[in-house]
Write a protein that binds this ligand. Structure first.
Ligand SMILES: [Zn+2]
Ligand SMILES: [Zn+2]
Length: 364
């Protein structure tokens, strides 16, 4: 094993990432050193890079990671599903390391809001173990992380987005309490939208309506189970609401999932709900995403709004299960439209920012 390894480091927002070398850490008890095989660029990496949200620097961004075990610290024998682990195994893991003992971990079942939370690709990398983000050759996994062995029948590109995009959608899905034959509206045909459609189809939803402004994405999402797509570019809100109502016997959808990350979609989405409908907000992961809505309508039409940020370990396992059992049915592998090397990281970030790519894979 080399003594040092490379990482693409963000030293300040709006600045190109720099390839730096850091010493590889000694593998402590309960920890795992992983050789990264693929990390996909998430929308939130782009938000941090362009300064839309603040990130501590220097930082190794990237959290949608998959890799193979190089070394396991004392005491590590099995993954969170009790599967035996050994060097060379391919694994994915939760975006967070949580303590398991605090108020939110223990009492409220909100491990993603742990009071001692550490998140891969979100914390400063200046101090050892340095390798705590995905845009690097290695990643150092600490004991509060839930690790999952990756099924052999999945490719790295299929698995990489699981521990952010997919697991978050699964958490949102659970919060939405969607039942078979319900009608759902997905606002946004990006990676989260693709997963939302696959879940909706898998669960037996009736109408799976998707809105976006990019035709090529709306075309691709049909392969993930979307039954109706609406390119809303240039359409007035009333026209969009009318189209959704027409597709749902005049009532509106049972549930809306917002995965585009555009605050002005929220009031529109709420109006697309039937009486008693549920709205799940998943996409707006940067501050200042304000919206206004008539509280009288919220009350009179008995609407529910839920916010979902990150997920619980079980949602990651469900995501991997979904991929394992349905990857021949839905073209998850087509979601990675571009790939770059670590050295070409900045080109990859620009591609991700442009919206041209659905997911860009970084292959160190
Ligand atoms: Zn993410
Ligand atoms: Zn905790």
């Amino acid at each position: 094993m080399p003594k040092k390894a490379k990482a693409a480091v963000m030293t300040a927002p709006k600045k190109d990432l720099e390839i730096l070398q850091y010493p590889l850490p000694r593998v402590e008890r309960g920890c795992i050193l992983v050789k990264i095989t693929c990390c996909t660029i998430c929308g939130s990496d782009v938000h941090s890079w362009v300064g839309r949200r603040t990130a501590p620097t220097p930082i190794i961004l990237g959290h949608e990671i998959v890799g193979t075990i190089v070394e396991m610290g004392e005491g590590v024998t099995r993954d969170s599903g009790d599967r035996l682990l050994e060097a060379g195994d391919r694994i994915t893991w939760t975006i967070m390391d949580n303590c398991g003992k605090c108020y939110y971990c223990r009492e409220k079942g909100l491990m993603m809001k742990c009071r001692h939370l550490k998140k891969y690709g979100h914390d400063r990398c200046a101090d050892p173990p340095h390798f705590i983000g995905g845009f690097a050759e290695y990643c150092y996994i600490t004991p509060g992380t839930c690790v999952i062995k990756v099924p052999d029948n999945l490719t790295d590109e299929e698995v990489a987005p699981a521990n952010c995009a997919l697991a978050t959608v699964v958490a949102g899905w659970e919060a939405a309490e969607i039942k078979p034959f319900e009608n759902v509206l997905v606002q946004g045909a990006g990676a989260l939208g693709f997963y939302a459609c696959a879940l909706a189809k898998h669960y037996g939803c009736r109408r799976i309506i998707v809105t976006d402004v990019l035709d090529h994405r709306l075309e691709l999402i049909k392969a993930f189970g979307a039954t109706d797509t609406i390119n809303v570019k240039g359409m007035a809100d009333e026209e969009i609401i009318g189209t959704v109502r027409d597709q749902t016997a005049g009532f509106g959808v049972d549930c809306v999932l917002e995965v585009a990350g555009l605050p002005n979609l929220i009031s529109l989405g709420l109006k697309c709900l039937r009486i008693g409908g549920r709205y799940v907000e998943i996409g707006n992961s940067y501050p200042g995403a304000n919206f206004t809505y008539d509280a009288c309508d919220l009350m009179m039409r008995r609407l529910t709004i839920k916010g979902i940020h990150n997920y619980d370990a079980k949602h990651l396992q469900m995501g991997v299960d979904l991929l394992e059992t349905t990857h021949e049915k839905y073209p998850f592998r087509d979601m990675v439209t571009h790939s770059v090397s670590l050295e070409n990281m900045n080109a990859g970030m620009r591609l991700a920012e442009s919206g041209e790519a659905i997911r860009v894979a970084v292959l160190p």
